[in-house]
Design a protein around this ligand. Structure first.
Ligand code: COA
Length: 410
């Protein structure tokens, strides 16, 4: 656990009156939950069941004089898929500061503690869904991708029966491990998708009313879990929680079954993943975006982040960068970042840096969400050599991965 740290004092008060950041224990949970519920507009009268805690969650709080809880944050230790490999992550949720304590660096101190704690737990990267991107960008995260929900008219999906050789059936809890494998086949080659924990096999996930499956012989090739929604009038919405398919034919077959809901649920909502088999089979020209959440990423530990992810195997090269990272000082210094044969590495070096990178610039390049020029124009990266074009080109070795898209909100 990181040692207690002191938030910067806004008005040069003595240190003992400045907020202290410390890990929160079970005795603090009720206070943290109240702060969370106030901040995010949730029902203050129904605290969550203690058993519904995300697994392994680590909480940090900023406490003032008299142990008042001024702010809190939760670290979710888990893994993401990046280019076919699992990468350790310290995801961020429940960032909240008491209204009277805002604007004095409390959230930033909490993020610093979370980065230390994440590093101690082996994290290489971190993801979060911001309500205010500026706070996290200053702290080294960068907007890297989206979680997009679209609405399609359900009748537009009803395109006849199963494709040749495919069969549809109703699934149950016993099918969930095969559905999880289907998700993993899609997610593992992408950037930033969650490595999901093993599903339960005794019940469907909360909020899921049904599971529709498509099989090719005894192999599962497409699946959708869904929530029926209320009513059957014009406004009725059928929500697909998760939909994955191995091939466009399997996706068309699955969407055909979902299209059968058209008479009683005219609108269908689903989370769209660019370039997957479902998107290839969907009448995307009719899809209307109804919700779009941006996701941000940060490099927690540059050595692990470079080494743990998979890189495009055709990319080969290296670049020497100077990195200054106030919140995660173990990343500061001059690094040679190299990619070759699908592997990456970060090594400290005495060589002259070609580019100076900020943590948010590094995050955008690592996640493939910005170009070298974009990192200069928007994230404070600076070319340090005379040949500017060559300096920018050298950074392309990083900005070469798949774009980030995710399906899980937290
Ligand atoms: C957002 C929130 C956590 C910020 O906490 P805080 O302790 O005031 O943040 P900090 O003082 O550490 O601010 C750090 C930087 O972020 C910026 N920032 C903070 N809140 C901001 C806001 N609402 N809009 C724009 N920028 C903001 C600050 O300008 C500051 O930069 P500066 O030091 O260069 O001025 C707090 O306002 C809050 O609890 N809001 C309600 C809940 C919420 O939105 N949580 C975030 C969930 S993702």
């Amino acid at each position: 656990m990181p040692a207690e740290t002191t938030a910067p004092s806004p008005d040069a008060r003595p240190d003992d009156s400045a907020p202290r950041v410390r890990p929160l224990g079970p005795e603090d949970h009720a206070r943290q939950w109240r702060l969370h519920a106030l901040s995010f507009g949730e029902d203050l009268t129904s605290p969550p069941d203690p058993g519904s805690e995300p697994e392994g969650a680590v909480r940090y709080g900023a406490v003032g004089r008299g142990e008042d809880l001024l702010g809190a944050v939760t670290l979710l230790p888990r893994e993401h898929w990046w280019g076919g490999r699992r990468v350790g992550a310290a995801d961020v949720t429940d960032v909240a500061v008491q209204p009277e304590a805002r604007g004095a660096g409390v959230a930033t101190s909490l993020l610093r503690a979370l980065l230390e704690g994440g590093r101690e737990r082996g994290a290489a990267v971190s993801a979060l869904f911001p309500t205010v991107a500026g706070l996290y960008r200053r702290a080294g995260w960068e907007v890297t991708g989206t979680l997009t929900t679209v609405e399609v008219p359900t009748h537009a999906l009803n395109r006849g029966g199963p494709a040749p050789g495919l069969a549809t059936r109703t699934g149950g809890p016993a099918d969930l491990p095969a559905v999880a494998e289907l998700y993993e086949r899609e997610a593992r080659a992408r950037s930033g998708m969650l490595v999901r924990p093993a599903p339960p096999t005794d019940r469907l996930p909360e909020g899921v009313d049904g599971l529709t499956l498509v099989e090719d012989g005894d192999r599962l090739v497409a699946a959708a879990s869904w929530h029926r929604g209320r009513g059957y009038g014009r406004e009725a919405v059928f929500t697909v929680r998760d939909v994955v398919a191995d091939t466009p034919a399997a996706a068309r077959t699955l969407l055909g079954v979902l299209g059968g809901w058209a008479p009683v649920a005219r609108n269908l909502h689903l989370r769209l993943l660019r370039g997957d088999a479902v998107a290839a089979a969907l009448p995307v020209e009719l899809a209307r975006v109804v919700d779009r959440k941006v996701v941000m990423h940060r490099v927690v530990d540059v050595e692990r982040a470079m080494a743990q992810r998979g890189w495009p195997s055709a990319v080969r090269g290296s670049v020497v960068v100077a990195l200054e990272d106030d919140l995660a000082p173990w990343n500061s210094g001059t690094w040679e970042l190299a990619v070759s044969g699908g592997e990456g590495a970060a090594r400290r070096t005495d060589a002259e840096p070609v580019v100076r990178l900020t943590p948010s610039g590094l995050a955008g390049l690592y996640a493939g969400s910005t170009t070298a020029l974009g990192a200069v124009r928007t994230a404070g990266a600076e070319v340090l050599v005379e040949d500017r074009a060559a300096g920018l080109a050298a950074l392309d070795v990083l900005a070469c991965g798949d774009l980030v898209e995710v399906l899980d909100y937290f």
